[in-house]
Design a protein around this ligand. Structure first.
Ligand SMILES: O=c1[nH]cnc2c1ncn2[C@@H]1O[C@H](CO)[C@@H](O)[C@H]1O
Ligand SMILES: [Zn+2]
Length: 377
């Protein structure tokens, strides 16, 4: 039996985040200030708390398509280099303050070209912001490394262009590529040329699949496109049958995903909000963890889903009784699956993550010993 980690311990535990959208994590106050500065007038209120609640109403969406509607407004205020850079800097600071030591944050540069910015300008503003934010976080006592993933919107037709952008900026902080947006009706093979190009360029990519659509999307992402990771991948459970005696039987696709150690970027709260699963308690993350899939825990959209890594971990602790060992397992899984070079991943695992969890475990241990120690008189 292990001690239940406290909220404070979870916050201080080193965490790794592979799936977080830049435009899904803007601070409510920043949305309002940027709207004012850039003349964006489509927000329903100018009150910070109301704005926060209004974005959080996305959690009642019940479908991916409706959940995505709110993004128009964060994207709406991210149309100048200063605005994009500020959002990225604050993102790095917020994640670092939450105990995230390594993050891959994603965004679709094509969304920020409404007022004439070029794709290069958008990417450079993001990179500048993350550099500044990480430096500010370090001054505040929290070290974080941030890598950027460039997304193409799957309902548009710019995947090849964005893939080329990811290759162009790969030595400057971009670590990979993804496709995002509505999944049903926009299968991964729609962007096949871009994925084939990325493979020829030895460039890493993940694909949102198995969230708003089922197994065919996951199958295409892996077997046609060659995705190294799956964004969500929740619907892989459709290929797993649980027998009357509780044993699990895996179909060929689920077996392949597990055998190949394909990381699942799971985002429990977001999955509830898009109607993918009924509740965190019903989330297949626990089953997939028990079956030894390479599961990772992520936030997806901190603003719309009112979440953080600490909150995601806390809910899993509450629902599934996880201890520090489980949280370390998710974290090491995520670090192993990151798109930065192998020696750097290993260094973070051995020099930051494992010592961080060991320190927390020894805290619990000494706490327990002290509780039971005879009084010294
Ligand atoms: O859970 C999700 N599934 C699919 N697309 C998403 C999700 N969350 C955000 N985006 C989409 O990704 C774009 C770039 O960051 C966002 O504008 C949003 O449309
Ligand atoms: Zn996502």
């Amino acid at each position: 039996m292990h001690d239940v980690p406290t909220l404070d311990q979870i916050r201080r535990a080193p965490k790794v985040l592979l799936h977080d959208h830049l435009d899904g994590g803007v601070r409510p106050r920043t949305v309002l200030e940027l709207a004012e500065q850039t003349g964006y007038d489509a927000l329903p209120t100018s009150d910070v708390d109301e704005t926060e609640k209004w974005f959080a109403a996305a959690c009642e969406a019940g479908s991916l398509e409706e959940y995505l509607e709110r993004f128009v407004h964060t994207v709406g205020v991210m149309q100048t280099p200063d605005a994009i850079s500020r959002v990225a800097a604050e993102c790095a600071e917020d994640l670092a303050a939450d105990g995230v030591v390594y993050a891959e944050v994603r965004y679709a540069p094509e969304l920020s070209t409404q007022r004439g910015l070029s794709l290069d300008e958008v990417v450079e503003a993001m990179l500048d912001g993350f550099r500044r934010g990480a430096a500010d976080a370090e001054r505040a006592g929290h070290r974080i490394r941030v890598g950027v993933l460039l997304c193409a919107m799957r309902q548009e037709t710019r995947a090849q262009e964005i893939a080329e952008l990811a290759v162009k900026y790969r030595d400057a902080g971009v670590v990979g590529f993804d496709i995002a947006g509505p999944e049903a009706g926009f299968p991964p093979t729609r962007s096949l040329d871009a994925f084939e190009y990325l493979r020829r360029e030895n460039c890493h990519f993940t694909i949102h699949a198995g969230e708003g659509f089922g197994l065919p999307s996951i199958w295409e992402a892996i077997q046609w496109c060659g995705a190294a990771r799956l964004g969500h991948g929740v619907r892989i459970v459709d290929d797993i049958t649980i027998g009357a005696d509780g044993t699990a039987e895996l179909g060929r696709l689920a077996s392949f995903v597990r055998d190949r150690r394909i990381p699942l970027e799971m985002c429990p709260r977001s999955n509830v909000h898009t109607g993918t699963v009924p509740s965190v308690a019903d989330h297949p993350i626990a089953l997939l963890r028990d079956l030894h899939f390479r599961v990772t825990v992520n936030t997806d959209n901190r603003l719309m889903s009112q979440t953080s890594m600490t909150r995601e971990f806390s809910e899993l602790v509450e629902q599934f009784g996880y201890g520090l060992d489980d949280l370390q397992w998710f974290t090491v899984n995520a670090m192993k699956s990151a798109f930065i070079p192998f020696p750097q991943r290993l260094a973070l695992i051995n020099e930051v993550i494992k010592p961080g969890y060991a320190a927390l475990r020894s805290e619990s241990l000494f706490g327990r010993v002290a509780d039971h120690a005879p009084a010294i008189s």
